[in-house]
Design a protein around this ligand. Structure first.
Ligand code: ADE
Length: 245
């Protein structure tokens, strides 16, 4: 997987991806991250890459010329997506990450200020993507979110089993995890995790996942197919809740 990031701040991308899993993935040649400095392509004599918006209004807009020239300089491969990160984009989620992890090459455009000239979007962008309903000061932070979430789905980057039970891949939030020591400041690990009965542990984890999802993200349950076992558990859970009221 090759990521080619068009940005005014290449160091933000290169430094933040030079740690831990992403660093190892690059060393192993599983992913490649290139950061291309848009400013180097501007034909403006003052090296400016932005200008005032037509029609007036607050802030500056990134000009089309350096972005398009930077894009043409990287000679993108035959199959590639061009993602522009913007709060006006389609909402990013795990499914979207899984879809993008199948690509060979992803070009990411990071905007700043009030965004980029619409003609760039019309000419080269395949996906406008938002990582959430809030406004960041620059697309670089969103680009890092995409790079990290996609890279860990690339074969060989992390153990495949560890992504299978994660939040969102099952449709439920992940169950709680514990490690040593058994007791920390008087708080013990749930005994069931030490019982050695894998079926009991599986059930307990499933219930914990359901509880966490009800508490933190009940919206996820709307599109989730409950098993008979889940339903039985939820009925019991509701009865207990009623009893406690
Ligand atoms: N740039 C600024 N805010 C953003 C967001 N929420 N998602 C993606 N890119 C952005």
């Amino acid at each position: 997987m090759i990521f080619k990031v068009l940005t005014l701040f290449p160091e933000v991308i290169l430094s933040a991806t030079n740690y831990s899993i992403l660093k190892r993935a690059q060393q192993k040649g599983l992913i490649k991250i290139e950061a291309i400095n848009i400013r180097e392509f501007t034909l403006d004599k003052h090296k400016r890459a932005d200008d005032y918006p037509y029609g007036g209004g607050y802030g500056m807009v990134m000009t089309a010329q350096p972005i398009i020239d930077a894009y043409e300089s990287i000679k993108p491969g035959r199959t590639h997506r061009v993602i522009y990160l913007t709060p006006q984009g389609k909402r990013y989620n795990q499914q979207y990450a899984e879809q993008l992890s199948k690509e060979e090459e992803i070009v990411i455009i990071c905007g700043h200020y009030e965004g980029i000239d619409q003609r760039v979007i019309d000419m080269i962008v395949t996906d406008e993507v938002s990582i959430g309903d809030y406004v960041l000061s620059g697309g670089e932070y969103a680009a890092l979110v995409l790079i990290d979430s996609i890279s860990r789905l690339v074969k060989g980057v992390i153990e495949e089993k560890s992504t299978q039970e994660e939040s969102f891949s099952t449709g439920l939030l992940e169950y709680p995890q514990y490690t040593r020591p058994f007791e920390f400041r008087g708080k013990k690990v749930p005994e069931i995790l030490l019982c050695g009965d894998h079926e009991k542990i599986r059930k307990w984890r499933r219930y914990q996942s359901l509880l966490k999802t009800i508490k933190n993200r009940p919206d996820l349950l709307e599109n989730f197919e409950l098993t008979d076992e889940d339903r039985e558990f939820l009925i019991k859970y509701c009865e207990i809740q009623k009893f406690m009221l």
